[in-house]
Design a protein around this ligand. Structure first.
Ligand code: FAD
Ligand code: NAD
Ligand code: SF4
Ligand code: FES
Length: 809
């Protein structure tokens, strides 16, 4: 005879409560007779994914976590569409709005949160909604079929994800935000401004520092009135200004509440036999609003109910990732500096990357990442573990290489405990993923996603999942080809092939014809398409300035304080007294605060106002040094045989010849050259993209070097005898790189990826080299100096003089 099971009731059929039940069923499948009540008319679904449903990335069916069959298979009695309205804590009974009465031995409250609705006059009008559940999502989808304009109040995570979804549905969307920068609860101002600019490029509009006063319209919303008297017309208002724990039921039942239902480390309320978990619970003064901590709570509660020893729940550090395609934003822990902490920042204006680490007592306590969030999960793990990072700060700021996650040296993932959570959104541990790989035979991220749900929601854990795959599946890992960004599933080669085949000639055309999910494109795909089109159609393609980063639009490097730097071209690093006097006079006239020699043997005039740029270029009357773009930067030289007693060849002459040959060339990543006059290699040619080193009777040609964050020495491509051969091979190599590398891929990464042999093979035949040389010369013959063009064209010049506001990105 089986033992009598205790009755367990769960109020709230949402993410946290049902997750606790799932754990419990694993620990003590026979212990309880379980009944679940849920107000919503659906089985348990992944609320997080509503943003993806709205943005077209998932269907409603795909977000169901547990279908009705799951409840049946565990003999769970499920009441959907039933709201529990009261609890008799003495008789241990609950009552629903549909007249059901049920007795419990143990009761879990997992009632979640309610969206905070601003109490504005007119808030009851048709077309004013929140974004919390399937119903709200459906209303937005239906509204977009009939109406055009939408306002989202609140520029937090939810508001931005709602706005992105509405844009996808074809609506004109403005985000109304109360502060001067968005996502202020997760980002510092620098990252926030970069994010806003990217979202603006995607078509989102922003009304910042706006306080809403009233909702206008008769039956249906027509507009929003602000306290400054302005009115924004709209057909839909989505309020996303935060949430408040749903504690009504607890309040009516004498359960102790504050902001949420107060619980101890075992998720127990003040009433014996009643527990609270999820967003409705307040633990040590905090009511969480993200799933990862709620899943941690659920695991502890399940242990408690199963009688399994547990140390209890002690609180969580949280991390967030904005789920907007084409925009990578990550924030974790304490992301602002406080007394006693310090911040390290890295900002790459060209690639649109910003990173900030906050450090206290040699430990990482917070991080903000924009543009490159690959290291997010790893940094978050370090924050949670309070790891000492002394001496590693720079490496962490500049990027943990993906390989380091799995490499024996990095050993990070190997050293992680099996129960450490890898995917916070879905509560998947390292052990579960390892098992899926080792016993379940998973060999790709997609299979692990299907098997464990890891990486199925925000995608922030994907680098860690990939690292585990490398660790446990090694050579068997199946790398699934990915799209160049979240807007498309097509990879670089497919896109280039399609552009050629269909003769597509503009960025817009590519986005439309190749069925991008985001019709505006994003900060990753727009510049890459602009590059591929220019590379493929050098004669017809008109460069799209709006698809380039600020530095490339203004032909100068923007600085921290919004001023610019001017670097004129100094061929081979060789100048003259007259040129130096001219530069000095211009610097003095425009009161340039700093003049500096660069590592590439040129002069950098820093601190120039944007409106002064064309005037300075005019007076300098020198070519642009292109110190700001993905193009040929510098050709560093040593003095060579002209003066040096060791020199075997004329390094200066060769450097100048190469620089004159390839200046203004657009390339996938920036390109640096160097020429040394003998094997002593004083010009450091073996850490350049293309390095030329003189030997007795000829030149060695080296490729794929890099002196930046990840230092790479070059590979020897070949040895040639004459100066003309150097030009021929350099032309062929650079054009082959232009035609085959991915946008933003430096030669070092490209050579590693495709292999030296394949490049040698491609350039082996003279006729191939000459064909490549012809194509590069065609492209080069069509280029003009951008500074001279702006100086001579009043329309272009006006852009600088009118736009005197400093830009920050
Ligand atoms: C669009 C959107 C995107 C999000 N994205 C992320 C993200 O990327 N990452 C992240 O970590 N978090 C995200 N969140 C937050 C996350 O979804 C919540 O933290 C999580 O769902 C909370 O789980 P819960 O079980 O506490 O509450 P819920 O999931 O809200 O479940 C509570 C359930 O209880 C029901 N209920 C309430 N009262 C009663 C009652 N008296 N009787 C019966 N049933 C009742 C409610 O109807 C609801 O179904 C997102 C939220 C939204 C809305
Ligand atoms: N990607 C994710 O992790 C994700 C996505 C969606 C939602 N969520 C979670 O869902 C919950 C709700 O999200 P949220 O963005 O509504 O909450 P939030 O509290 O994080 O952000 C609300 C934002 O609205 C702004 N605001 C407040 N009053 C305003 C007003 N009167 N006018 C204009 N702006 C105003 C605030 O300044 C704040 O930036 C949060 O817990 C959030 O963490 C997370
Ligand atoms: S590389 Fe050789 S030629 Fe050039 S400066 Fe050094 S020693 Fe002289
Ligand atoms: S952490 Fe969000 S999907 Fe894994």
């Amino acid at each position: 005879m089986s033992a009598i099971r205790k009755k367990l009731i769960l109020v709230g059929n949402g993410m946290a409560g049902v997750r606790a039940i799932e754990h419990l069923l694993k620990l003590a499948p026979e212990a309880y007779e379980i009944t679940i009540f849920g107000s919503e008319p659906h089985p348990n679904y992944n609320r997080i994914m509503l943003s993806s449903v709205l943005a077209g990335g998932a269907s409603m069916d795909e977000i169901i976590i547990n279908d009705l069959e799951w409840y049946r298979s565990f003999n769970i009695t499920l009441y959907t569409g039933h709201t529990v309205t009261s609890i008799d804590t003495v008789e241990r009974k609950v009552y629903t709005d549909k007249g059901i009465e049920a007795r419990y031995d143990e009761l879990i409250l997992a009632t979640g949160s309610n969206p905070f609705m601003l109490p504005l006059p007119g808030a009851e009008k048709e077309g004013v909604i929140a974004f919390r559940d399937i119903k709200d999502t459906r209303i937005m989808q239906e509204t977009s079929q009939k109406y055009k304009k939408a306002l989202v109040i609140g520029g937090g995570l939810l508001g931005l994800e709602a706005a992105r979804g509405l844009l996808h549905l074809g609506m004109e969307v403005s985000v109304v935000h109360i502060h001067d920068y968005i996502m202020e609860r997760q980002l510092d101002e620098a990252a926030s401004v970069m994010l806003r600019k990217e979202l603006e490029e995607q078509g989102m509009k922003f009304l910042l520092k706006k306080q809403s006063e009233a909702i206008l319209g008769k039956k249906r919303v027509k507009g929003l009135l602000f306290t400054d008297g302005e009115v924004a017309e709209t057909d839909l208002i989505v309020m996303a200004v935060g949430i408040k724990p749903n504690i009504e039921l607890a309040r009516k039942s004498s359960i102790k509440i504050n902001r949420g239902i107060i619980v101890n480390d075992y998720l127990e309320t003040n009433i014996p036999g009643i527990y609270a978990v999820g967003e409705c619970a307040e633990h040590r003064g905090i009511a969480y609003g993200l799933v990862a901590p709620l899943y941690e709570q659920g695991a502890v509660l399940a242990k408690r109910l199963a009688g399994v020893p547990t140390e209890g729940y002690t609180g969580s550090i949280t991390s967030t990732k904005l789920k907007v395609s084409g925009v990578d934003v990550f924030s974790a822990g304490q992301f602002t500096e406080q007394p006693g902490s310090r911040a390290l920042r890295y900002q790459d204006e060209i690639d649109g990357v910003y990173k900030k680490l906050v450090i206290q007592d040699d430990k990482l306590i917070g991080a903000v990442l924009f543009g490159d969030t690959n290291d997010g999960a790893q940094l978050f793990s370090m924050i949670k573990k309070s790891e000492n990072i002394k001496g590693k700060e720079k490496e962490l700021l500049l990027g943990i290489s993906g390989d380091a996650l799995a490499s024996p040296k990095g050993n990070r993932l190997e050293g992680m405990a099996d129960d450490e959570i890898i995917c916070g959104c879905n509560g998947v541990s390292k052990g579960a993923i390892a098992e899926a790989i080792q016993s379940g035979g998973c060999t790709s991220v997609g299979q692990i996603k299907a098997c464990t749900k890891a990486s199925a929601s925000c995608g922030g854990c994907k680098p860690l999942v990939e690292g585990l795959l490398q660790l446990y599946a090694g050579d068997h890992v199946v790398t699934v080809k990915e799209g160049i960004c979240g807007c498309t599933t097509l990879g670089r080669d497919e896109i280039v092939a399609e552009i050629k085949r269909m003769e597509l000639k503009t960025v817009k055309e590519v986005i439309n014809v190749l069925d991008w999910s985001n019709e505006e494109g994003c900060a990753k795909c727009r510049p890459s398409l602009n590059y591929y089109l220019g590379m493929l159609w050098p004669e017809e393609y008109v460069d799209e300035k709006e698809s380039r980063y600020t530095n490339e639009r203004y032909h100068a490097n923007i600085q921290k304080d919004g001023t610019y730097s001017v670097v004129p071209r100094i061929y081979g690093g060789v100048t003259s007294p007259a040129e130096l006097i001219k530069i000095a006079e211009v610097a003095a006239k425009f009161e340039v605060p700093l003049v500096k020699f660069t590592g590439g043997q040129r002069l950098d005039l820093l601190g120039v106002k944007k409106e002064d740029l064309p005037k300075m270029w005019e007076e300098l009357d020198m070519a642009s040094g292109h110190a700001y773009g993905k193009t040929l930067r510098t050709v560093k030289t040593c003095v060579g045989s002209t003066y040096c007693r060791f020199g075997t060849q004329d390094a200066l002459g060769m450097g100048i010849r190469l620089e004159k040959a390839f200046e203004r060339l657009n390339t996938p990543g920036k390109v640096k050259l160097a020429v040394s006059g003998c094997p002593r290699n004083c010009a450091e040619a073996t850490i350049k993209d293309f390095g030329v080193v003189a030997i007795d009777g000829g030149w060695e040609l080296h490729i794929g070097g890099n002196g930046g964050v990840h230092v790479r020495a070059t590979d020897l491509l070949c040895v040639v005898k004459t100066d003309d051969e150097v030009l021929e091979w350099a032309s062929a190599f650079l054009q082959y790189y232009r035609e085959n590398a991915g946008w933003n891929e430096r030669t070092a990464q490209w050579v590693e990826r495709v292999g030296l042999d394949s490049i040698k093979q491609a350039l082996e035949l003279k006729e191939e080299r000459l064909a490549l040389q012809e194509r590069i010369q065609k492209t080069l013959s069509l280029t003009t100096d951008p500074w001279k063009q702006i100086v001579n064209e009043p329309e272009l010049r006006k852009n600088f003089e009118e736009l005197s506001q400093p830009e920050t990105v």
